[in-house]
Ligand binder design. Structure first.
Ligand SMILES: Cc1cc2nc3c(=O)[nH]c(=O)nc-3n(C[C@H](O)[C@H](O)[C@H](O)COP(=O)(O)OP(=O)(O)OC[C@H]3O[C@@H](n4cnc5c(N)ncnc54)[C@H](O)[C@@H]3O)c2cc1C
Ligand code: SF4
Ligand code: SF4
Ligand code: SF4
Length: 394
């Protein structure tokens, strides 16, 4: 049996080792923070393929040249509304996928997030919008490999560590595979998320039934507003406790934050997508624009061909890669991590609820929910009708 035990700070949970093992003797198991790591059983035959495929400690093989960059927003308002930023993911899929293309991305399953494959552009809605917690890859790399071997196309979208893991697992560049990576703050802990949902339910006096990040209301996005659905109400909350813990980096995986090796401009995806930061500074003529834009960066000739065709369905503005580096703090440079992370998790292990109360400003949620309660006096159906009328005449 091979001693395959990568350092925790180096393992991103990309599941390349799990996917490549010929005897399927690796399981991805959650640690006490809720992050998945490989565990090898006695059935290991010592072939060494897991170590070969693991990106940890290996040089970055991706190129840096010839990048083209767009700030872009979908012309279709429904696509923009269902997306975290400008709908780049949906529009890229629309341009490249046919009905038999397998499209793999992150979906909710209750309060758990995992990658799932769907077939064709019309089925991608559940994949849209960022879910800022760790997404389990499960058997999706194997599914992609089978699909490519059957002569069909596949698209994978995920954090750069996941895309790197997939590329290394597939082995050689494959024309039928399109990889999209994200500029990435990090993966948040599923256990912390679950406990935050319990706590939010306690504050609201009702269990949270459904949750979504990056809620968009009316025609603009308020940064990091979440949608919280309980049995009776739908609330829009700014900076809820989980978002605070995610943004402060206290609830991130050890391989994220200052340990992340994927903040390079040399990217594993054919395309990199992200929020477009500093939009009005790069394009002063867009000052006051209410809809937020995506950044789209091409990293390969395949990515560049797609990028050049997006003007049909998106409002696009070309810019240089330096503008993205200047305004997006996590592209092309490392960001400092959180000094409090280990202390937070130590508190969290002792008493999750108490740690959440101590490490977040929970009053923000209370104040906001009170305001929301007053608004709820007006039946939500009336608000919806007024909103639709306003949209119609816009
Ligand atoms: C964990 C995470 C951290 C991010 N950090 C930053 C950041 O610091 N700065 C920045 O500019 N942008 C960041 N992004 C990217 C940003 O949130 C948007 O995803 C991006 O702007 C593209 O939006 P869109 O409108 O094109 O696509 P959308 O339709 O919103 O979807 C984009 C894609 O994200 C994938 N995705 C969603 N959740 C996850 C997940 N948990 N793990 C892996 N893939 C997922 C989906 O599969 C989908 O394919 C992050 C995204 C994620 C998931
Ligand atoms: S050495 Fe081979 S058999 Fe053992 S865990 Fe790694 S891939 Fe699987
Ligand atoms: S291949 Fe990925 S999941 Fe496996 S040990 Fe390496 S980084 Fe971790
Ligand atoms: S911050 Fe780095 S290691 Fe963490 S999920 Fe993002 S790409 Fe992966």
């Amino acid at each position: 049996m091979l001693e395959f035990n990568p350092l925790k700070s180096g393992c991103t949970g990309c599941a390349a080792c799990y996917s490549v093992c010929p005897v399927r003797c690796i399981s991805m198991c959650a640690d006490e923070e809720g992050f998945l790591y490989p565990e090898v059983s006695d059935a290991c035959i010592g072939c060494g393929r897991c170590e070969e495929v693991c990106p940890h400690g290996k040089p970055n093989p991706y190129g840096e040249n010839g990048k083209k960059v767009l700030a872009a927003v979908s012309k279709d308002k429904n696509i923009w509304r269902r997306s975290a930023s400008g709908g780049a993911f949906s529009e890229i899929v629309r341009h490249w996928a046919d009905d038999e293309t397998l499209i793999v991305g992150a979906v909710w399953d209750g309060f758990w997030v995992h990658h799932l494959g769907v077939m064709g552009f019309n089925a991608i809605a559940p994949l849209c919008k960022s879910k800022y917690l760790s997404s389990a890859i499960e058997d999706t790399f194997l599914e992609i490999s089978r699909h490519l071997k059957a002569g069909r196309r596949a698209i994978f979208c995920g954090c750069p560590c996941q895309v790197d893991g997939l590329r290394r697992y597939i082995g050689k560049d494959n024309d039928s595979l399109l990889c999209i990576d994200l500029i990435c703050h990090g993966q948040g802990s599923p256990y912390v998320f679950e406990e935050c949902m319990k706590y939010v339910g306690e504050v609201l006096g009702e269990n949270v039934k459904e949750y979504g990040f990056r809620a968009k209301r009316r025609n603009h996005e308020k940064d990091y507003m979440s949608k919280i659905v309980t049995g009776r109400r739908t609330l829009y909350v700014v900076n809820d406790p989980y978002v605070q813990l995610f943004l402060s980096q206290n609830a991130l995986r050890p391989s994220c934050a200052e340990n992340c090796r994927y903040r390079d401009v040399r990217r594993p995806g054919d395309l990199t997508i992200a929020d477009f930061k500093g939009l009005a500074k790069v394009f002063p003529e867009l000052t006051g624009t209410k809809r937020n834009y995506s950044t789209i960066v091409s990293n390969t000739p395949k990515g560049e061909r797609i990028l050049e065709s997006l003007g049909d369905t998106m409002e696009v503005k070309e810019c240089d890669v330096e503008s993205v580096i200047r305004y997006n703090a996590l592209f092309g440079r490392q960001a400092p991590g959180s000094e409090g992370r280990d202390v937070f998790f130590s508190d969290f292990r002792k008493d999750p609820r108490e740690a959440i109360v101590t490490w977040t400003s929970h009053m923000l949620l209370r104040r906001y929910s009170l305001k929301q309660r007053i608004k709820d006096v007006v039946p939500s159906a009336v608000i919806r009708i007024l909103y639709e009328i306003k949209e119609y005449f816009r």
